[in-house]
Every structure is written in C-alpha cells, then in structure tokens.
Design a protein around this ligand. Structure first.
Ligand SMILES: [Zn+2]
Length: 207
C-alpha cells in the first residue's frame, strides 16, 4: 500500500513537473514575437533575438537609442515594458544583452551590487558636499526649464565641466541608478529630494 502510494506520488509529481515545464517554455519564435509586442510601441526599430544555447536562453536586444545609455539603463527601460507576470513565467532564467548597433557582448559593462555598495557613501558625499552638481542640475530644470530626454545628458555635461573622467562618471551614475535615478529628472526627484525640482514635482503630484 505504502509502496503504491509512493509510486503514485512520484508519478503525480512527475506529471506536474512536465506540465509545468511545458507551460513555461515558449519557443524562441513565440518569445521573440511576444517581446516585440511589448517593446515595439516604445522602440519601433529595436531588433530582438532569442537564442537557446547550451541549455541557456539568451536574449539580444539591439537599439540605436541605446548608444547614449549605460547597459543598466537600457535594461531598466526594457524591463518596464514587460508585464511582471510574463517576466516571471518566461524570462526569469534568461540572460540579456542590451546592445547599441556595432557593440559586442564584451563591450557591455556593469557594476555589481557589492561594488556599488562599497563606493556609494564616498561618491554621494563628494557630489553633495564637494560640488554644486545638484544646484546646477536643479536650476537647468527649474530656471532654464530644460526637458528630460530619459538619459543623463545634462548631468554628464555638468560632471564633465567639473572634470570628472568618464571612468569616474561610470561609478557615479551607477551609484545614482542604484538609488532610483535612471535619467536627469529622476536624479532630482528620486535621489536628491531636497531639490526645488523635486518639491515642485511632488506638489504637482499631490494636486
Ligand atoms: Zn527623466
């Protein structure tokens, strides 16, 4: 009796597992099509390639607008176009490469969480206390009324003016992104909440 029950349990488990894995595995083509549906409205020219290799599913995104963005920004923008339940079901164990035309996988550069953690405090201290970066960025938005392009063009300009090298800026922006600032305006309303722009932003949100 016990033996039969054990065999039965194993059988049921096996069947459940089989149905489950079948349910979650879309073909490369199905997944590509679904991703195009989610992402094309915002990136009409994007190229998406799903490739299964050595038991790993890799997804390549190629987009001209990515040129001025850090890979982490690119990932952030893409992921927001995909419904989270779809992500959980179909994309959880996939590896993504977000490329600008002409870039190779080995060109992609990220910072891991540990590195960001170890440099955050010192970088925030420098930015907040040793430069007037926040004021400068803040007044571009509040006085000169520039518009955000969803990138760091104004922040980069200011940091370059302050003679931060490209490598230093890479560190600085990774600390900023880690705090929820993925573009110039988000830096003001997510990271530097004392800015005039942030106050204005939240006042309008409260109306
Ligand atoms: Zn923005």
């Amino acid at each position: 009796m016990t033996k039969t029950r054990t065999i039965l349990t194993i059988l049921i488990l096996l069947i459940t597992k089989l149905t489950y894995s079948q349910a979650i595995t879309m073909t490369e083509k199905q997944l590509t099509d679904s991703l195009y549906n989610f992402i094309r409205p915002s990136y009409p020219e994007i190229k998406i390639n799903v490739i299964d290799t050595n038991g790993e599913r890799q997804i390549f995104f190629e987009e001209d607008k990515f040129k001025v963005l850090f890979p982490r920004q690119r990932y952030h923008y893409l992921i927001h176009k995909i419904p989270s339940d779809f992500f959980t079901e179909n994309l959880e164990n996939t590896t993504w490469f977000e490329l600008a035309p002409g870039e190779k996988v080995e060109d992609l550069d990220y910072h891991d969480d540990e590195t960001i953690e170890s440099i955050s405090e010192i970088i925030m201290n420098i930015i907040e206390n040793k430069t007037n970066f926040i004021n400068k960025l803040d007044s571009s938005f509040t006085e000169s009324k520039v518009e955000c392009f969803g990138d760091f063009r104004y922040s980069k300009e200011i940091l370059t003016e302050f003679r931060f090298t490209e490598k230093e800026q890479f560190d600085i922006f990774h600390v900023f992104m880690n705090q929820g600032g993925y573009c110039d305006c988000e830096l003001l309303y997510n990271v530097f909440k004392e800015s005039e722009y942030a106050k204005e932003y939240w006042k309008n949100r409260n109306k």
